[in-house]
Design a protein around this ligand. Structure first.
Ligand SMILES: C[S@@+](CC[C@H](N)C(=O)[O-])C[C@H]1O[C@@H](n2cnc3c(N)ncnc32)[C@H](O)[C@@H]1O
Length: 420
């Protein structure tokens, strides 16, 4: 039987995981079991990597080294070897929770093939000259009824120019959540962020509106609890291949948070330690899909310089990261964001005619703002009631043009000519 010290690995836990795999009889849980990963052992990690290699038709020339779990980032790293020389030529990185391959962190097919042929690594990409233009997305205005984790898989890679969304709240109200545990909720967000990465164009932005959630106490003997959702969501973005750009604070007018009841006790007794701030802010976190190209590249390589010119932001824009905006309310949905907020984000982070995606579209505020600002939209919502409001909003906003909206899992939009 191997001793932990006999096994080469990054840390002791990796070694323990390996001992388990080797059939060593002990009661120690592997790190993958402790973390409740989907990918539990080296065998499973190799199986996933093999499918990936088969997809690239490299399974006969590339073999595997010893997979290692890295629980700081919740990933498995599977070394890739040249089967002839046994040299290491790259690695596959697998998301341990979702079993998905993190393509931007894994060695690319071109690099693997180059190394197999004994070529040196290709040069890192340099900022393109203004003569090299990227292609504009050909996606039509789209509305989709269903789970965005699945629907995103049907959208073409790189077809989205901006994502602006606000995810469902975890346990904001028992009847408004589908998630049993917070971990399950985060896993669902991770899968959707992961699938969004593929459809987002190179170097473009994902802007998300999130806030800590207050879980009310069930009885007087219990304490209420605040869950710092934005900080957990931040980790997911970084792990899924986005760079952090901005933390904008959406400040609501005074009085907006008093309904939460937070701070009332302190207001009455004024005992130190019982101080609780009334929450009147939410985060607008801004991420950019990782690339080695500068933002300047996204501007200079745009194929239509007139559109770039026409998209310039007018005076009166937000100069700091504190934006004061009055919250919006609508009897048809309990958690919408104000159209003013969507308009600012769309103006600051996209060009005219760009495609703006909202994977948690609610009643379509992002679509409303996109139409107003001459952007295209892709809106996904799973609740049929909210979706029908969204559909009506798009129909009214686009007029006869609504006929050409691409619809997924629903009838095309019919428009009677005489209405317009
Ligand atoms: C916070 S609301 C967004 C409201 C939207 N910003 C607006 O102004 O109308 C989140 C929405 O995500 C939807 N949703 C939750 N999980 C979803 C999923 N997996 N796929 C698509 N929509 C989902 C919910 O039904 C809810 O309408």
């Amino acid at each position: 039987m191997k001793k932990i010290s006999d096994i080469k690995g990054n840390n002791e836990e990796t070694a323990i995981a390996q001992m388990k795999f080797d059939g060593a009889e002990n009661e120690v849980l592997t790190v993958a079991q402790k973390r409740k990963y989907n990918v539990l052992d080296v065998k499973e990690a190799k199986k996933i990597s093999l499918i990936w290699l088969q997809h690239m038709q490299l399974e006969n020339v590339v073999g595997f080294g010893l997979p290692e779990v890295d629980d700081r980032y919740h990933i498995w790293r599977v070394p890739l070897l040249n089967v002839v020389t046994k040299e290491r030529i790259g690695e596959v990185v697998i998301d341990a929770y979702t079993s998905l391959i993190l393509e931007d962190k894994s060695t690319s097919q071109a690099t693997l093939e180059g190394r197999l042929l004994g070529r040196k690594d290709t040069e890192p990409l340099k900022p393109a000259s203004s003569k090299e233009k990227y292609k504009l997305s050909t996606l039509r205005n789209t509305i989709a009824l269903g789970d965005s984790e699945e629907i995103l898989q049907d959208l073409p890679a790189g077809s989205i120019d901006l994502v602006f969304t606000s995810p469902p709240y975890y346990n904001a109200r028992p009847e408004y959540t589908d998630y049993i545990t917070y971990e399950e909720y985060l896993l669902k967000l991770r899968k959707i962020i992961h699938n969004t990465h593929r459809v987002l164009a190179e170097g473009r932005f994902f802007v998300i509106n999130v806030a800590p959630v207050l879980i009310r106490r069930a009885s007087r003997s219990e304490a209420s609890k605040r869950i710092a959702v934005p900080f957990d969501v931040h980790q997911i973005f970084i792990q899924e291949g986005f760079d952090f750009i901005e933390d904008i604070i959406w400040a609501k007018p005074e009085g907006a948070g008093w309904a939460t009841g937070r701070g009332r006790r302190f207001a009455a007794d004024r005992n130190p330690l019982q101080y609780k701030a009334v929450p009147v802010t939410e985060y607008i976190l801004v991420y950019r899909k990782h690339t080695n190209k500068l933002i300047d590249w996204n501007i200079r390589s745009h194929p239509d310089s007139k559109l770039v010119e026409a998209s310039r932001v007018a005076d009166g824009y937000e100069r700091t990261n504190i934006w004061s905006i009055t919250p919006a309310h609508d009897p048809r949905h309990p958690a919408i964001f104000p159209v003013e907020l969507a308009e600012k984000v769309i103006q600051y982070y996209s060009f005219k005619r760009d495609v703006v995606l909202d994977p948690f579209a609610g009643i379509g505020t992002v679509g409303e703002a996109a139409i107003k600002l001459d952007r295209r939209f892709a809106l996904i919502e799973q609740d049929p009631n909210y979706f029908s409001v969204l559909r009506e909003k798009i129909k009214n906003g686009l007029g006869t043009e609504a006929r050409s909206v691409f619809t997924i899992n629903c009838e095309p939009i019919q428009v009677e000519e005489r209405l317009f």
